[in-house]
Ligand binder design. Sequence first.
Ligand SMILES: Cc1cc2nc3c(=O)[nH]c(=O)nc-3n(C[C@H](O)[C@H](O)[C@H](O)COP(=O)(O)O)c2cc1C
Length: 177
Amino acid sequence: MATLNKNSAPKNIINNKKVMEENDFIVSKTNTKGIITYCNQIFIEMSGYTKEELIGANHNLIRHPDMPAVAFKLAWDLIKSGNEFFGFVKNLKKDGGYYWVFAYITADYDKNGKIIGYSSFRRKPSNAALEAIEPVYKLLIDAEKKGGMKASGELLGSFLAQHKTTYNDLVMNLQKS
Ligand SMILES: Cc1cc2nc3c(=O)[nH]c(=O)nc-3n(C[C@H](O)[C@H](O)[C@H](O)COP(=O)(O)O)c2cc1C
């Protein structure tokens, strides 16, 4: 059976938002290539896929086109090197709708300290964070359309410098706001 991935995702993007509950946690685990090996019930409910569809699928199955590629590059650079990633992610549901999460991704290790996969835990993002981050993502996507990830990387760098902050501090402060 072919692995489900972003090419299998819906093309009919609809402006239909699903909101996480205050105490919900969405959990998934992947192998080192980003293939889903575990997901919890809330992931199933939020994404609209069945457990059978999700296990073995590439995690980019739920990649939303409104997400700038640079966000995922940053995430993978951090987690592959054993660092943690925090970020706001818009996810694509099976029906073409979407849901926003405040995501945390970290590496899983074997007893010899080798990375054997990754785990992600998400909770409801603050409304203030989403209001702040959506226009930034739009600017990053526009930059990517014109100049690829080099352009969005430079834009992100200058945005952080202008606000005298780091990526992680920005994200944590937004979630607290
Ligand atoms: C543990 C883990 C969880 C992930 N969760 C998501 C997610 O919820 N949504 C998403 O779009 N990408 C998620 N990703 C990133 C995807 O692997 C992928 O990089 C991203 O969807 C962009 O795909 P693309 O680079 O093929 O376009 C996750 C990766 C890992 C390792």
